[in-house]
Structures are given as C-alpha cells and as structure tokens.
Ligand binder design. Structure first.
Ligand code: BTN
Length: 262
C-alpha cells in the first residue's frame, strides 16, 4: 500500500501486508524500540485476528477493511486517557463524513456511539456499525488507539447484520490513503487542540459528535446488571451520565455496552 498523505501526517508510518492485530504489532514494536515516536501509525488492510472490546473478535476479510493503530505517548494528551476512544470516534466520524461529502453521498449521517463505535444511518439502515475502536494502555502510560474501518465489505461479508461499509453506504472509497488520511488529519487535529489547551472545544466536539447523548439507552454493565435511562452528558473522565428510568436518579457509567432504544 502506498499512503503518501497518511505518511505526511504520522511521525512514522508502518504498512504491513498482513498482521494478526495491529494493536499487538504496534505493542511489540514499542517493546523492541522504547524510543518509538509519538504518533507512530501502523496499518494493514489484512488483519487476520483483530481484537475488539471485552475480548471480542473484530472480523475483517482481507483487503476489505483498514486496521490502524496509533501510538500516543503520555505527553500528547491533557485529558484522562478514557477520553481517547471518544476523540478517536469523533475523528473517524469527521474524517469519513468529509470523504462521503466529497463524493456527494449526502444522505448518510455518522455518529459516535459511546464509547467506541461509529454508526451510520441513511434511508436504508439505522445505526449500523462502520467502525470500532479499541484503546489499550502500555505500562509506561502510553496508549495505543486501534481503529477498524469497514471499507468495501459486501452485504455477505459483513460480520454482523447491523454492520455496514463505506461501499454499502454508496461511497467509492478508493485507496486506503483516501480513507485513512482524513481520519488521521482529524485525530491529530483534535489532539493538537488538546495540547494547545483547548480542552473545552475538544469536549464540545466530542459531545456534538455523539449519537448516544440525548437518547434512551439500555446499558449492560460489566457485572451483568442492566440499566435503562436517558444519556444526558459526558462526565469529567468521559464516562456516560444517565438519568435512570427507574427512579430519575443520576448514574455514571464508566464501562459497558450500550443499546440505543430510540
Ligand atoms: C470493537 O468494536 O469492539 C473494537 C474493534 C477494534 C478493531 C481495531 S482494528 C485495529 C485495531 N487492532 C485490533 O486488533 N483491534 C483494533
């Protein structure tokens, strides 16, 4: 893969023909070279054993998705790292929305489902998953932000019925650089804004890009409990604040799976 635009944006761009998981490959690279620079980007279009949140797998037919992992050194983010999946989600939403607009695909709305999915809706589908994000912390506090984007999967290749791809949404995504570069541009732009102290602006951008806030949700908590309510805000650490449907009390959820009810 030739990725000149992405190469210009990354401190170092590593392109692999195939790897099991880009998050794991980047982690190994950093272990071998502790001086690996901030904003190193590792990418493949053939990830054979991608990992999702909560031990799930991320299925990616060869040549049909982009799997990318970005190394963020501690100094690059002034907000708690729990904001990083949300910021990455905003970047994916903004980058891919720009790509769709540039191709006159005007009927698609993208939004970030808390905490780590980018969902697409148009006349045919509502809230179908276009991208997933897996953020992992290294021992020294650096973070690997892994992003999977469904680029050209056909209906039959979708891993779940509620997924979609850029092609299925009507885009002609072109090469991997055309998809990845706008996402990196927005991601590094938001991180630059954070580094410049524009924390409120970044929080506002993430809030505006959320398709979870303002909706009725069902939260499946890691301990198995289920909570229904209205998602009303993001807390200081990026956790989701809900008004419980049970008693109107305010509840804050740091981790869990969300269902959008309406
Ligand atoms: C999820 O939906 O649960 C998160 C999916 C994250 C997939 C990406 S693809 C790039 C990076 N490498 C991985 O093994 N996983 C993430």
């Amino acid at each position: 893969m030739q990725l000149p635009r992405s190469q210009d944006l990354a401190a170092e761009l590593i392109c692999l023909d195939e790897t099991a998981s880009t998050n794991d490959a980047l982690r190994e690279l950093v272990a071998q070279n502790p001086a690996q620079p901030n904003r190193t980007v590792l990418v493949t279009d053939n990830q054979t054993a991608g990992r999702g949140r909560l031990g799930r797998e991320w299925v990616a037919p060869a040549g049909k998705t982009i799997a990318v992992s970005v190394l963020l050194r501690k100094r690059d983010h002034a907000l708690p790292s729990s904001w990083l999946p949300l910021i990455a989600g905003s970047a994916v939403r903004r980058g891919l929305s720009a790509l769709l607009e540039a191709q006159q695909v005007s009927d698609v709305a993208l939004g970030v489902k808390w905490p780590n999915d980018v969902l697409a809706s148009n006349a045919e589908v509502t809230g179908h998953k276009l991208s997933g994000i897996l953020t992992e912390m290294l021992e020294d506090g650096s973070v690997i932000v892994g992003i999977g984007i469904n680029v050209s999967l056909t209906e039959r290749e979708l891993p779940i019925a509620t997924a979609t791809s850029l092609t299925l949404l009507g885009a002609q995504p072109g090469d991997a650089d055309a998809v990845l570069a706008p996402v990196l541009e927005h991601f590094f732009g938001l991180l630059d804004a954070l580094a410049a102290g524009e924390v409120e602006q970044v929080r506002n951008a993430v809030t505006a890009d959320s398709s979870t806030l303002g909706t009725q949700v069902r939260v499946h908590l890691p301990n198995g409990d289920v909570l229904n309510g209205e998602a009303i805000a993001l807390a200081e650490d990026g956790a989701l604040v809900l008004t419980s449907a049970l008693d109107g009390s305010e509840r804050t959820v740091a981790a869990g799976d969300i269902e959008h009810l309406r």
